[in-house]
Ligand binder design. Structure first.
Ligand SMILES: Nc1ncnc2c1ncn2[C@@H]1O[C@H](COP(=O)(O)OP(=O)(O)OP(=O)(O)O)[C@@H](O)[C@H]1O
Length: 230
């Protein structure tokens, strides 16, 4: 299983300038990978090209061995009229019920399971929405700022749990949190400031898992590499 992007360029219809220019990289191991960089740099656009939600680009995308590719993002709204528990039970297969309960607990949502979606905070809504996607049958899940508005400690707990529970799955984690990306991601595609000749640079992150000790030296080196690339 792998994700290969070869010389991807893309311009939105009617846009004056291209959003993506000659982007190439490959991901050949499952796990957490990241798109990182300035707002408006093209991270979402590239992720949607990979999942097939955007066409009309040039270059080649090959997602060998990956059948189901899903894009998820924060701010997605679920119906306000049903309670969160009922909604999750409706959209998640009953065979995944144990996993659903486990995620609800780890994600810190046990107290809101009987609330209506529109009564939740933004961070709670984002976590509910993420559970919905995590328990679909997929080989790649794009998490586009999916943990926005969630406090740092809970986010770390969630990322470590996802890595442990879905070791065979690819994740593309789009985030503006440099520390999180450096700590938890394997490959980090850094989008550079506009005007640089090469739009992206690939960097290896520390990719720590549960119970792994993070070396401060390795983290500093990764952070430095990201900053130098950006
Ligand atoms: N549907 C669209 N039509 C035209 N231009 C678009 C469209 N969607 C995005 N763009 C433009 O493409 C560029 C890249 O947008 P994109 O959402 O991919 O960036 P991003 O790196 O994900 O940004 P952010 O970190 O703010 O989410 C931006 O300049 C944006 O205005």
């Amino acid at each position: 299983m792998s994700i290969i992007c070869d010389n991807i360029s893309f311009t939105y219809p009617a846009a004056e300038h291209p959003t993506l220019t000659g982007i190439s990289f490959d991901l050949s191991t499952p796990g957490f990978h990241s798109f990182f960089g300035p707002s408006g740099a093209g991270k979402t656009s590239l992720a949607k090209i990979i999942t097939g939600d955007i066409g009309g680009y040039s270059g080649r995308v090959a997602t060998e061995g990956l059948k189901h590719l899903l894009y998820s993002y924060n701010k997605e709204q679920l119906p306000g009229w049903s309670n969160v528990g009922h909604h999750l039970s409706r959209v998640i297969s009953s065979s995944m019920s144990a996993e659903k309960d486990k995620l609800v607990e780890i994600f810190g949502l046990s107290d809101c399971i009987k609330s209506r979606f529109d009564q939740l905070s933004m961070g709670q809504q984002n976590r509910v929405n993420l559970i919905r996607y995590l328990l679909q049958d997929c080989d790649l899940l794009v998490m586009d700022e999916s943990l926005a508005n969630v406090d740092e400690r809970t986010r770390e707990k969630i990322i470590l749990a996802i890595k442990e529970m879905f070791p065979e799955r690819y994740f593309i984690y789009i985030s503006h949190n440099v520390m999180e990306v450096a700590k938890f991601c394997d490959s980090i595609l850094v989008f550079r400031s506009s005007g640089t000749a090469q739009q992206t640079v690939m960097i290896h992150g520390c990719n720590i898992g549960k119970k792994e000790i993070l070396s401060p030296t390795a983290l500093d080196a990764t952070l430095l590499e990201i900053m130098n690339a950006a």
